[in-house]
Ligand binder design. Structure first.
Ligand SMILES: [Zn+2]
Length: 742
């Protein structure tokens, strides 16, 4: 009995996921979270931006009896989410928001819908929830649960504290229904996390912490030229190479934001400034234009971002290095939220950081020390030549075990590594002799023999090791200190504002030293030494298969968006468009099976897209792939197809492609043959030229042409099996078909 009920629930979860959200699978912990919430448990979810947080409460809200209250801090954010749900469900009354922007008439309409039971989700700001008339109203309604988005606003230790958020528990108690609470946030240190649980009185909550790794983001730090004209030129070149894509440029100062936006416009790039000094109305207009893709670029201070929900931002440029690694992570996190391409380029100059430090003179000593600590994390990230992803994840307390992430500048262009066990021992020695009372900078100064004031005061310029490493650069010694931290020999003590402290592992190493290689840091003071001035980010993840069709579909989306006054990604997400260019759906039924589409949306917007695809398919003689009948296999089959096409685009070795999906060569060739049988053309010459000898290649191609066949067995028979292998012939058949078409 119980089991049958479980099965039924499982089926229901998946069918709603498919019908409303257009997905066949859950991401990360989504399913566990949903099941916990459905069974009445309190839950806390920490998931980075783009991890699929909102689905964790939207899907249960649709499945459960009653109304879910969603508490959210920003009106813009609410409106966006409500629009999105309405589009997916094809029903306006399914979600509403209740806030000060509504008139009397509108809020009556909302309340009527809620009372009639049509509404499943009510978005509300804590300020509105506090109003007695709203509490009284909600008492009359059967509620399913309370979801608290941006829950870090609860904690005074969070970077975004909102006092009203601390009263949510009290307000929920006032409504007087015993319902579960789900709290969600994208950033929370342990301290903030505990604060949230305590304040909401849900210390029993199931905790889900997703990984902070965003594999689709590409990280790169470039030296910032002294001459700003050169910098602007470099940025313009980058934007022009990424035409028609959406991007954000972050600057620290408002004046700079205005200046950069202006210069971009003079150079034919549609850009607008955004900062806290502009009035609210102007900011809303700018934000809308960005969402509607009337402009491509927003130049912004950190004021921009929290309210924005644009999943297809393709690049984030940091004109200045941010003041902390938290800020950097959050700002770069706005790129590629749909899992597609997201290039994150930061420009770094040491003198910028020094300038920032000088601004701190008016702060209290503690504030200043905390700020310097945070800045140091950003500097260290920029200068280091260790994998960027490793540095970021280590900073957030997450272990990252890959040797190379393959998607950051340091992994793609590794720096030379030098053996440094002697130097490591010297660093540890100096840390000990200075009684663990110095920061990294002073330790380095002692080693290179620079007698700064603090060193002289303690008479450490008399130490044996003073000047020990003067024949090596300051840069080298900074890298060695950093390596000692990565190896776990020393740590930067946060409580004492960054003094270096020895860890037990240091003692073991000093007794039994072994070889350790240290990558040389980037020399940002001497940017000419940069190996690669024109670094190019790896292949764009956004380009699925058919760029021409993609552009056509994007135009249609834009015109519908303009007509409906909705953001384009609310009509269809970019990955849905990409999937359409792979699946070529020509009927509404097929359209509803596209990733992220679902039935309601297919009905609402699909026809125009189907018509265009039909026309395109006819004009170009494309045979669309058959829709796969086995339901559960669909997404994986599509996934493998996209994976193979993309891998071949990137010229990856076939053995590696096969290994990536646990296939053998036979299965890979089967899949490729299926792909080209649907009319796709694949250029595999990079691989074939390596594995098939030139004269064989020519012979086999000739044979296919002369025999006017594409049958492998026939050709193999003609050529003779002793000399030619079946694999060779199959490979050349793929080349033949891709070259001469069907
Ligand atoms: Zn890396």
């Amino acid at each position: 009995m119980e089991e049958a009920k479980q099965d039924f629930l499982q089926e229901k979860i998946y069918s709603e996921l498919r019908r409303i959200f257009g997905f066949t699978q859950f991401k990360g912990y989504q399913k566990e979270v949903i099941e916990d919430l459905l069974s009445g448990k309190n839950v806390m979810v920490i998931m980075p931006t783009g991890g699929g947080k909102s689905l964790c409460y939207q899907l249960p809200a649709m499945l459960m009896e009653g109304l879910a209250i969603v508490i959210s801090p920003l009106i813009a954010l609410m409106k966006n989410q409500v629009d999105a749900i309405r589009q997916m469900q094809g029903e306006k009354s399914v979600a509403h928001f209740l806030n000060s922007s509504l008139g009397k008439h509108e809020s009556t309409k909302v309340k009527n819908d809620v009372l009639s039971g049509k509404t499943k989700m009510l978005y509300i700001a804590p300020e509105s929830l506090m109003k007695p008339e709203n509490t009284e109203f909600l008492k009359q309604v059967k509620l399913s649960f309370v979801a608290i988005d941006e829950a870090h606003c609860i904690s005074e230790w969070g970077h975004d504290f909102r006092p009203e958020y601390r009263r949510i528990r009290e307000m929920v108690n006032n409504i007087g229904q015993d319902i579960p609470i789900i709290a969600l946030t994208a950033t929370a240190t342990e301290k903030v996390r505990n604060d949230i649980l305590k304040n909401l009185n849900i210390e029993d909550a199931q905790l889900y912490i997703a990984s902070f790794n965003r594999p689709n983001l590409y990280y790169e730090v470039r030296p910032k030229p002294d001459d700003e004209k050169l910098l602007i030129k470099e940025i313009i070149r980058f934007i022009k190479n990424n035409e028609h894509k959406s991007g954000i440029i972050y600057c620290l100062a408002r004046k700079k934001v205005e200046e950069v936006a202006q210069i971009l416009n003079l150079n034919g790039i549609k850009a607008m400034p955004y900062h806290a000094g502009l009035d609210a109305k102007q900011r809303a207009v700018t934000q809308d234009k960005f969402l509607m893709e009337d402009i491509d670029v927003i130049c912004a201070t950190i004021a921009f971002g929290m309210g924005i929900d644009k999943p297809d931002v393709r690049y984030v440029i940091h004109y200045d290095m941010p003041k902390s690694l938290e800020g950097y992570y959050q700002e770069t996190g706005r790129a590629g939220r749909d899992g597609g391409e997201g290039k994150c380029i930061a420009f770094y100059a040491e003198k910028d950081m020094n300038k920032l430090e000088r601004f701190l003179v008016n702060k209290t000593l503690t504030e200043r020390e905390v700020a310097i600590q945070l800045m140091e994390s950003a500097t260290s990230y920029a200068e280091s030549s260790v994998c960027r992803r490793t540095t970021l994840l280590t900073y957030f307390g997450e272990e990252y075990k890959e040797v190379s992430c393959g998607n950051c500048d340091n992994c793609l262009h590794p720096k030379k590594r030098v053996e440094a066990s002697e130097d490591i021992l010297a660093v540890l020695e100096v840390v000990e002799q200075t009684k663990q009372m110095f920061k990294a900078e002073s330790i380095v100064n002692i080693l290179i023999g620079n007698a700064s004031a603090d060193i002289k005061t303690c008479r450490y310029h008399k130490l044996d090791l003073f000047g020990y490493g003067k024949d090596k650069s300051k840069l080298h010694w900074k890298a060695v200190v950093r390596q000692c931290i990565i190896e776990g020999f020393i740590k930067k003590d946060i409580e004492s504002f960054g003094l270096l402290k020895l860890l037990p592992k240091a003692e073991t190493y000093r007794e039994h030293p072994y070889e350790i290689l240290v990558p040389e840091d980037h020399d940002f003071e001497n940017p000419d030494s940069f190996d690669d001035v024109e670094m190019v980010a790896p292949g764009s993840a956004g380009s699925g298969a058919d760029d021409t069709l993609f552009a056509i579909l994007k135009d249609i989306r834009k015109s519908i968006a303009n007509k409906e006054k909705l953001a384009p990604n609310i009509i269809f997400e970019e990955r849905s468009l990409v999937d359409m260019t792979i699946q070529y759906p020509t009927s509404l039924e097929k359209m509803s099976k596209i990733i992220g589409v679902g039935e309601a949306k297919a009905k609402r917007y699909g026809q125009q897209f189907c018509d265009a695809i039909k026309q395109y398919v006819e004009d170009n003689d494309i045979i669309p792939p058959e829709q796969l009948i086995v339901k559960s296999n669909q997404s994986s089959a599509t996934g493998i197809k996209t994976y193979i096409i993309k891998s071949i685009d990137k010229k990856i070795d076939f053995a590696d492609i096969a290994k990536g999906k646990n296939m053998d060569m036979e299965e890979l060739l089967d899949s490729i043959e299926r792909i080209i049988s649907f009319g796709n053309k694949l250029d595999i010459s990079y691989y074939v030229n390596q594995v098939v000898e030139e004269d064989h290649r020519e012979e086999i191609l000739e044979c296919f042409k002369e025999l006017e066949t594409d049958d492998v067995a026939t050709v193999l028979e003609e050529l003779g099996e002793d000399e030619y292998t079946e694999e060779e012939v199959r490979l050349m058949r793929i080349v033949f078909i891709s070259k001469y078409g069907q």
